[in-house]
Design a protein around this ligand. Structure first.
Ligand SMILES: NC(=O)c1ccc[n+]([C@@H]2O[C@H](COP(=O)([O-])OP(=O)(O)OC[C@H]3O[C@@H](n4cnc5c(N)ncnc54)[C@H](O)[C@@H]3O)[C@@H](O)[C@H]2O)c1
Ligand SMILES: O=C(O)C(=O)C[C@]1(C(=O)O)C=C[C@@H](O)C=C1
Length: 295
């Protein structure tokens, strides 16, 4: 049980966490803070938070846990603003999509990463953003990755783990660098491709006709291009090297597929599509569906 939880940056991810914990009776009071009064007022109206303040120091006074739920680069600024208010008994965690940049920022700001800072990342979300989109079941059946460091306080880690488990998530630990490489491949690259494809088509002369006749395949591939541009701007900048590496590997692979299509190499085309279908059906879907998720 968390007596007083503070969410800094009340949007989809922080709001969904607050909703889930309230539903499970796993939190006493939820205090919202951030930059935009409108989101905080709306959050209180919707019952996502109990009260709010624009004053970070006031928000974290007497709190047990702070969750930084702002966009990745803004989270670094929040950590900096938290510095004067840090107490050894105040557990700080975050939900940012890139871990290496935030851990490096914590080192820069505090000299060493504070033991009570537990970096985290829920692998669940949507293309929607803002507190209005917050849902109490967003994390059910999803994984949450924690990337504790050798000096991270074990009790702080356990409290953060327990908090996420209360939302219905499965919590796994991972190394910071490994997290950023894996997520570059499975999350950041697909978003870059979706944004890139929609932008390329939108810029083409026949954009109107293309979008008019696009249906399910296009919708499924490009849903994530409706995600918040600021959030993704922050992510690709914060994880630049791993994102570039993922893009290069993919570009090489696409060039091979292009060659196979150009030379009408039926065997190579079919082999690529068969490998991909098998990997998606047997590796991705079995892992995803264990948790009762869809296609
Ligand atoms: N959306 C997803 O699918 C998803 C999934 C997992 C993790 N994340 C990560 O979670 C974080 C939040 O994402 P979201 O989807 O909830 O975004 P969101 O836009 O819904 O919410 C972000 C909130 O942060 C506030 N904010 C912006 N700058 C701030 C600052 N400097 N100080 C304090 N508050 C600030 C915004 O006003 C907004 O209320 C991001 O770091 C994102 O990378 C997102
Ligand atoms: O479901 C979506 O729309 C998401 O983009 C969620 C998603 C992803 O799966 O890539 C996006 C960013 C995160 O950091 C974690 C999850």
């Amino acid at each position: 049980m968390i007596d007083r939880l503070v969410i800094v940056g009340l949007g989809l991810i922080g709001g969904s966490l607050a909703r889930a914990l309230k539903k499970q009776g796993a939190v006493g009071e939820v205090v919202g803070t951030g930059r935009r009064e409108a989101s905080l007022i709306r959050g209180q109206e919707l019952g996502v938070i109990d009260r709010w303040t624009l004053d970070l120091g006031e928000a974290v006074k007497d709190a047990d846990m702070v969750v930084i739920a702002a966009p990745t680069l803004a989270a670094e600024k929040v950590l900096e603003s938290l510095k004067p208010h840090m107490r050894p008994d105040l557990i700080v965690t975050d939900v940012a999509s890139v871990k290496g940049s935030l851990v490096a920022a914590a080192e820069r700001i505090f000299g060493e990463v504070p033991p009570q800072f537990v970096p985290g990342h829920p692998i669940a979300g949507s293309e929607q953003s803002g507190v209005e989109a917050a849902k109490d079941d967003l994390y059910v059946g999803h994984r949450v990755i924690l990337t504790p460091l050798p000096n991270t306080d074990a009790k702080a880690c356990e409290k953060v783990r327990t908090m996420w488990e209360a939302t219905g998530a499965e919590v796994v630990d991972m190394d910071v660098a490994e997290h950023d490489v894996v997520l570059a491949a499975t999350s950041h690259l697909p978003h870059v491709l979706a944004y890139g494809l929609v932008d390329a088509l939108a810029q083409s002369g026949s954009a109107q006709a293309i979008f008019r006749f696009a249906a399910g395949g296009f919708r499924d591939f490009t849903r994530i291009a409706s995600s918040d541009p600021v959030m993704w701007h922050d992510i690709v900048r914060a994880n630049r090297n791993a994102v570039l590496e993922s893009m290069d590997t993919f570009t090489e692979h696409l060039a091979e597929l292009r060659k196979a299509i150009e030379s009408d190499d039926s065997g190579a085309i079919l082999a690529t599509f068969e490998r991909a279908k098998k990997a998606r059906d047997e590796q991705f879907l079995t892992q995803y569906q264990v948790k009762g998720k869809g296609q």
